[in-house]
Design a protein around this ligand. Structure first.
Ligand code: ZN
Length: 161
């Protein structure tokens, strides 16, 4: 069954950056399952998977605009270190949940000095050209319940009830 809106797609992937460095990959016995057409995966990947079928292998190159977005300098801010006094072992590379008037969002600590801390609100993959090796393992129609919930249930779904 070709992949279209409301297909449940199970796939394996290897994600590399422009230099061929592996950034992420599915576990051998744990493919990723998602509900197609609901924006659960990045647009550049979802578009290329549309119309494919179980058993297909494909290579997908995704530009930042179709991936995790362009890198936005305005999302980088420096804050006095004392504002983060509650956080233990503050160090570059740490991911934090920042409280803002618009809600919480994830930031990455990129620099820590005596007085100041630099926080980057960009997605870690923002601005990157991404290279995916994808293998479609299975395709099926979503159940009524999955469509109501807007996500996949079952062994490889992203949560269980
Ligand atoms: Zn659910």
């Amino acid at each position: 069954m070709p992949i279209g809106p409301d297909s449940v797609v199970t796939f394996h992937y290897i994600l590399k950056d422009e230099n061929g460095t592996v950034l992420d990959e599915s576990e051998p016995d744990e493919p990723l399952a998602y509900l197609h057409g609901h924006g659960h995966i990045i647009p550049g990947l979802e578009k290329e998977i549309t119309g494919r079928d179980a058993g297909d292998a494909l290579v997908v190159d995704v530009a930042p605009a179709d991936g995790y977005g362009e890198y936005d300098e305005d999302l980088v801010q420096r804050v006095p270190r004392r504002e983060l006094h509650g956080i233990k072992d503050l160090a570059a590379g740490m991911r934090l949940q920042a409280q803002t008037p618009a809600g919480t969002h994830a930031v990455t600590v990129t620099q820590v000095s005596e007085e100041m801390v630099t926080l980057d609100g960009n997605h870690p993959l923002a601005g990157k050209h991404l290279h995916f090796d994808v293998r479609i393992e299975a395709v099926r129609a979503a159940t009524e319940e999955e469509l109501v919930h807007g996500h996949v249930h079952g062994p490889h779904g992203h949560h269980h009830h």
